[in-house]
Design a protein around this ligand. Structure first.
Ligand code: SAH
Length: 249
């Protein structure tokens, strides 16, 4: 009996020690994670203040979406340290995630609101789609490169239930879900695709980087009946819009 008690005592002690060890190691791992989270938070907040607000974007909805969506989660882990920098970043397959300011500017241009259904052409990492998902009722996004589309689909599915990603050629839009209140195009064609105009509601807006005369410019189009009002915003550099043979549009 005595022996048994001693054994139980020893076992309890051993369990206690390992529990304490697990607890302590659990604590230090938490501390590392917390410190890392804090570092991202600081870089994230600085990104919004210096790159977005300081450049004149004051819309509270756009600012809050830019503050909420964690950009580092959309880029390869090897780039997390520079995920909040003032530049585009590679996301694989020769494609890039746009500079944060351009994402904010394009989001603002479509006048997002909860009653709007938006089409995005060029899902890429899914970051722009996430920012739109924070502000719009629903987002339909088309990506032509399967590996990118699938990856973005996976990330976005864990965060939002109002984003739908399809692998396909976004030049053709997404007719099953048309008409859209707005279209945001994040790859550059040489002209505005007619299907995107056709799938836009009257009064709807398209923001698109158009490549004309050797220059790329971000252009805002507003549909008024049969007419399109056109306004040039700023020069930009996006990857080209391609078809499924890889030829540029
Ligand atoms: N909005 C993205 C950035 C995309 S980069 C983000 O937030 O990360 C442009 C993307 O457009 C690339 O992933 C490219 O593969 C895609 N693309 C190019 N041509 C396309 C087309 N015809 N249809 C759909 N996607 C296209």
């Amino acid at each position: 009996m005595k022996n048994f008690r001693r054994q139980v005592g020893a076992l309890a002690f051993a369990l206690g020690v390992s529990a304490t060890f697990i607890l302590l190691s659990g604590c230090s791992a938490d501390l590392v994670v917390d410190e890392e989270e804090d570092e991202f938070k600081t870089m994230h907040e600085r990104m919004v203040a210096t790159q977005i607000e300081a450049r004149g974007i004051t819309d509270p909805g756009v600012l809050s979406a830019m503050r909420k969506v964690k950009r580092h989660l959309f880029v390869p882990e090897s780039l997390w340290d520079i995920a909040y920098g003032d530049h585009p970043l590679p996301i694989g397959e020769g494609q890039t995630i746009s500079q944060p300011y351009i994402v904010a500017l394009m989001t603002l241009a479509v006048e997002p609101s909860k009653d709007k259904k938006v089409l995005e052409v060029g899902t890429g990492s899914g970051y722009q789609a996430a920012v739109l998902a924070e502000l719009c009722g629903s987002v339909y996004s088309v990506e032509i490169i399967e590996t990118l589309g699938k990856r973005a689909q996976g990330i976005l599915a864990g965060m939002y239930d109002n984003v739908h990603v399809k692998i396909g050629d976004g030049y053709k839009g997404w007719s099953e879900h048309a008409p859209f209140d707005a279209v945001i195009v994040t790859c550059s064609p040489t002209h505005v695709p007619q299907p995107l105009i056709d799938q836009l509601k009257d009064g709807g807006r398209i923001i698109i980087p158009v490549h004309e005369d050797g220059e790329q410019e971000l252009v805002l189009l507003v549909k008024r009946g049969d007419e399109l009002m056109r306004e040039s915003i700023i020069p930009v550099r996006f990857v080209p819009m391609v078809d499924d043979t890889g030829a540029t549009y």
